[in-house]
Design a protein around this ligand. Structure first.
Ligand code: MG
Length: 382
């Protein structure tokens, strides 16, 4: 049976602070979307149409470069609209498998099992797993409204497989602008019976930040803990405030630097880059480049978070120590922690900000400038 695949990758789901949608993040060193595209290619798909956001066309192209039979179309505003666009672009195939990019744990054997069901006469077939937990309906405040019978309740996965004409007819009959949660729902609206086969735990949908690490473990990849360190110092000069860890502190002097001279966050950026093996802040934001003059260091910290995201790494904990006689850091420490935690997308308990003096010794003791040290603990693939 000649079959084609549609991969829906229109989502903008990003982790706090990041700019890369999860389908283009690296999972065990390969972009998430590439896992599914390669599985379809190896399983023998005649063509693979990816519906992606026009904003991410370049990311999509580079993530799937050299995968046989892949091309991309612009997705729509909803999942349903994206499948409609991809279906219109799909060539002449007997069967079509529609899959979510956020489910990279696709095996070739599952693709073959779905095709076998279609060949045996099913019009539509999808993988699903039982719901092992007790189910209850609750309102937004957590108040339980009712028990839900678990018996026979199935968690639907993708890819969902159809005879091409069955899916094309169902989409033709579906109201323009209708939004359905999956494609089995679309064909069932059109009166088609669908069959379920046993799903695969590895087909879990990447939803929460911790899912990436969980799936890597399921796929058998080794995860390691890396600790990076960073050091920075800036000279005092004219001014009425200093910026440290994103917080402005009134002072009789300012800090001299090409950017906003936030030594705390600069040390932290170097610590994160160190844990990722990504060089130092100067390599990413050269002081010779005029665009970083006076730059808010939040830009640098968000870049480091985004690099971690792209590498499928997880920042676990950070610790920053500020070294200066003055200004006094204590009154601003909580605000610094809160700002840093916000940009990193971490709970407060995983962000430490400390301060110390050098007992009036050395350049810090003479108040010629201030310095910072930081460590970042990062969990990543080996
Ligand atoms: Mg600096």
């Amino acid at each position: 049976m000649k079959f084609g695949a549609i991969i829906v990758a229109g989502g903008h789901g990003v982790r706090a602070g990041g700019e890369i949608p999860k389908q283009y993040s690296l999972l065990c060193g390969r972009p998430v979307i590439r896992w599914s595209a390669e599985a379809f290619a190896v399983a023998g798909a005649a063509e693979i149409v990816i519906a992606c956001s026009p904003d991410h066309a370049d990311l999509c192209r580079s993530a799937t470069v050299d995968v046989l039979g892949v091309r991309s179309v612009s997705g729509g505003a909803t999942r349903t609209a994206s499948v409609r666009q991809a279906l219109a672009a799909l060539g002449d195939v007997d069967a079509v498998l529609v899959h979510d990019a956020a489910r990279p744990g696709l095996s070739v054997s599952l693709v073959h099992a779905l095709i076998a069901e279609l060949e045996a006469g099913a019009a539509a077939v999808a993988p699903a797993l039982p719901a092992p937990d007790t189910l209850r309906r609750a309102d937004a405040s957590g108040r339980i409204l009712e028990d839900v019978a678990r018996e026979g309740v199935m968690r639907m996965q993708t890819p969902q497989a159809f005879h091409t004409e069955v899916l094309r007819s169902a989409y033709a009959a579906l109201a323009v602008g209708a939004s359905m949660s999956d494609d089995i729902a679309v064909v069932r609206m059109n009166g088609v019976d669908a069959k379920l086969i046993k799903g695969d735990a590895k087909l879990m949908k990447l939803t929460y930040p911790e899912d990436m690490a969980m799936l890597e473990r399921m796929l058998g990849a080794e995860r390691i803990i890396c600790v990076g360190q960073g050091v920075d110092a800036h000279r005092f000069g004219e001014g009425s405030f200093v910026t440290l860890c994103g917080v402005q502190i009134p002072h009789s002097k300012g800090l001299v630097g090409h950017s906003d001279a936030d030594a705390g966050w600069h040390a932290l950026v170097d610590a994160i880059l160190g844990a990722l093996g990504e060089g130092d802040i100067g390599a990413h934001f050269p002081p010779s480049d005029p665009q970083w003059k006076g730059a808010d260091s939040e830009r640098f910290l968000r870049h480091a978070v985004e690099l971690a995201e792209r590498a499928g790494a997880r920042i676990v904990h950070v610790d920053v120590t500020l070294l200066c006689e003055r200004p006094k850091i204590g009154p601003y420490r909580d605000a610094m922690r809160a700002r840093t935690a916000e940009v990193l997308g971490l709970p407060l308990g995983r962000v430490s900000i400390k301060a110390t003096t050098t007992e009036r010794m050395g350049f810090l003791g003479r108040e010629e400038g201030l310095a910072a040290q930081a460590t970042a603990t990062v969990e990543r693939s080996a």
